[in-house]
Write a protein that binds this ligand. Structure first.
Ligand SMILES: *Cc1c(COP(=O)(O)O)cnc(C)c1O
Length: 393
């Protein structure tokens, strides 16, 4: 079963500082390295592996996806799995239309284009600005990095895409900066992920919805990380009693296969003509077959109840940790998406957790991020939390 790790290659571009162990196998909520060491997964490949690893249903959906021989056809032809998935997403949401693509950043880039296309129709070329919020992460491509609030991700690549601005999460400031004449859309994550697991205040997001509506500006919700059951409802926006004009999803959509989507209302969709946007791979029959299975599993009320119940328990456990540990400054989260602010550098705690057999990710220099698979049991959560506490010290 186990083999010695292969030597680390110099051939991969150094965009990531990878942990040195070589992962060779995974099952349930555990990964195994080439030396046979097991790691409990509190990261889910950054919120992707919601169903864990080697799931029998996902495996079967992949086999069904292979059976037709159609992996890819291009979007010049109809295929059934993507049409079926679009119908489900429309039935489960505010949206009337769906555009499929291949990643989160691509979904947001698509949403920006759709918003601008709509805005140009109602307000002319001046109405093109996109507003993102302090702490936002919307991706690494040129449009999305301009909407991402991290100097080290942005500065080396200037000039960034124009007409995209970041403002404080402050309604007075937003009210001054958002105008009917110039603003096309505001984009927000209901729970900011990379920005430190910040749950947008209920009142704030509702007021932002009211403000954007009053000014004739679209609201785009980025649920790439917090959507698809992660916070205990299928979409995070359901907990705010609002509806956006566009919404993006990606990470867990196809059980680790690359897929993203933009959901939009008919009002915005009416502005889009054939040729306005495109993708070679997006929504192909194989990924969409798998994504249909993931959708069915993650919108199952029993799974969502599990996320709510275990999320509540996890949050209570972390609050108690905060009370007893001088090394924990704050905890924030919802469902199975939690941030823990620590006094030590987050990267040191992540390393100690790895040494203890727990995979964690950070969200900023002093924030740990907990994103366990949504199917994780109480016993496995408890095992991970014990490892977490010892890594925090
Ligand atoms: C990960 C993420 C993205 C970017 O997704 P990629 O698939 O990495 O391009 C965008 N927005 C949010 C909120 C994310 O968490």
């Amino acid at each position: 079963m186990t083999a010695a790790a292969t030597p680390m290659t110099e051939a991969l571009l150094g965009t990531y500082k990878r942990a040195p162990m070589e992962l060779v196998r995974a099952e349930g909520v555990r990964l195994f390295d080439a030396d046979g060491r097991a790691y409990l997964d509190f990261a889910s490949g950054i919120a992707v592996n919601a169903l864990g690893y080697d799931d029998a249903g996902v495996r079967q959906a992949m086999q069904e996806g292979l059976a037709s021989g159609l992996i890819h056809t291009s979007n010049l032809f109809r295929t059934e799995p993507g049409e079926r998935l679009a119908e489900k997403l429309v039935a489960a949401s505010f949206a009337d239309r769906v555009f499929f693509c291949n990643s989160g950043a691509e979904a947001n880039e698509g949403a920006f284009k759709f918003a601008r296309r709509w805005a140009r129709g109602v307000g002319g070329p001046a109405k093109h600005e996109i507003v993102a919020l302090r702490g936002a992460f919307h991706g690494r491509l040129f449009g999305t990095v301009a909407a991402t609030d991290r100097p080290q991700y942005r500065n080396p690549f200037r000039p960034l895409a124009g007409g995209i601005h970041i403002h404080e999460r402050d309604l007075d400031e937003l009210s001054r900066m958002i105008t009917d004449e110039q603003t096309a859309a505001v984009i927000a994550e209901p729970v900011q992920g990379e920005g430190g697991v910040r749950v947008l205040d209920h009142g704030f997001l509702r007021e932002l919805r009211a403000l954007t509506r009053e000014r004739g500006v679209l609201l785009i919700l980025d649920e790439i990380q917090c959507g698809y059951g992660r916070t205990g409802t299928f979409f995070a926006y359901e907990q705010y009693d609002i509806e956006p004009d566009l919404l993006t999803v990606a990470k867990p959509m196809a059980a680790g296969l690359p897929m993203g989507a933009v959901l939009l209302t008919q009002r915005v969709a009416d502005a889009i003509q054939p040729g306005d946007h495109g993708t070679t791979f997006g929504g192909g029959p194989f990924v969409a077959q798998v994504a249909n299975h993931v959708f069915d599993r993650l919108q199952d009320p029993a799974l969502l109840a599990h996320v709510q119940r275990e999320g509540q328990w996890l949050g209570d456990w972390l609050a108690a940790l905060e009370a007893r540990s001088s090394k924990v400054r704050a905890v924030r989260g919802r469902g199975l998406m939690w941030g823990v602010d620590v006094t030590d550098p987050a990267r040191d705690v992540v390393q100690r957790a790895l040494d203890n057999g727990l995979i964690l990710v950070s969200a900023g220099d002093h924030t740990l991020r907990l994103l366990p698979p949504l199917v994780m049991t109480r016993a496995d959560l408890a095992e991970g939390l014990a490892k977490l506490e010892s890594a925090i010290g």
